[in-house]
Design a protein around this ligand. Sequence first.
Ligand SMILES: Nc1ncnc2c1ncn2[C@@H]1O[C@H](COP(=O)(O)OP(=O)(O)OP(=O)(O)O)[C@@H](O)[C@H]1O
Ligand SMILES: [Mg+2]
Length: 405
Amino acid sequence: MHLKHLSLTNFRSFSRLDLELPREIFLLVGDNAQGKTTLLEAIYLLSTFTSFHASTDRQLISFAAIDDHIAVSRIVGEVQRGDQTHRVEVRLILEPNSINGNLRFRKEVLLDGVKRKLSEVIGTLNAVLFLPQMARIIEEGPAERRRYLDMLISQVSPQYVRHLGDYSQTLSQRNALLKQLAERGGDRGQLAVWDGMLARHGAFIMRERILAIREMEIEAQRVHYALTRGQEVLRLDYQPAYDPLVVSDGQMALPVKTIADRSGFSSEEIQDGLLEALKQNQGEEIARGMTTVGPHRDELRFLSNQIDLGDFGSRGQGRTALLAMKLAEVNWLHQRSGEWPVLLLDEIMSELDTERRKDLLKGLADCEQAVLTTTDLAMVEPEFAETHPIWRVENGLVSTDTYHR
Ligand SMILES: Nc1ncnc2c1ncn2[C@@H]1O[C@H](COP(=O)(O)OP(=O)(O)OP(=O)(O)O)[C@@H](O)[C@H]1O
Ligand SMILES: [Mg+2]
């Protein structure tokens, strides 16, 4: 698949932009703060409908457009998928709420001009985004890694998006009830209905995570091995908060050191086990007023040569693992959807030494469409620069006449 056209209105530093995009690998060159990353972010938003950072969707609206009435930011893309073309639109809206006039943020998603639920539009455009600052996926807390997994799986499974939404709603209702039981007491039997729903949605999420992590590990390991010149072996260690491998006495069902493979568990088995775990933990959960088992507490660790990169990895090792994950996503999304995702690589050249840069550029040959950014054209191999379009980004404008050194 590829993005044929992108138009932006009031999106960060772009008040207005209309751009035909080529179906090939191309390069955006520009000084700092000119809008390169913003363009990649806009394209990514059309695939996941959320910015990479958890809390920044509202910050995407152009400062200039915000006054005390209403501000709308629009990102519209024309996507070619096989022989079909679709128009995907995201609107970010800041408007005063009717009660106290405070500005309220909301988001609308449209497919071919019609407002839709997110789960109905997701997957129309698939994209893989690499930003150097995404190293936080490896370095920071588990919430970053759950979010990473969720955004990845959501691109190929609308059902996953629905289950995630239902799970999170059920979780807040169950937590509210737990708090109420802790503070005022009452009939614990009321929990049963929430337990059942939580186990059902939770099992679906866990099963998808198990499969995705297993498939991604195979892809990422291969890329990572090549990137590290055979020096390091990457492993993805899924550590679910409710683990179907742990039998009821708290012991692992497998001998220590055996690689944990949970792919043999069906959703039903996971659901039954999770339900049982919720029941067993009921007393403690009421005392703490919150749900302590389930996929909202899952962890995923990145190991290289059995060393945990989050705790002990060097900065470079973290970046390399992240890049391996991103390139693995390309193949994984292709396997799952039958289409190549659009690859968005921000400042990738400065992340790699000369040899690895060459390898990477060669490896991109399979992609249908990829956008790379750089501040410094000298970082790009001359052969590559001569054979791909180079566009200049300057002060919120994009000049598409191929730029020559
Ligand atoms: N909501 C917003 N409204 C207006 N401008 C914004 C908004 N958010 C960010 N900007 C500005 O947009 C500009 C472009 O930022 P961007 O990160 O895209 O630049 P860049 O070309 O990637 O630069 P660098 O090479 O430093 O990474 C910055 O000056 C930034 O301050
Ligand atoms: Mg940038």
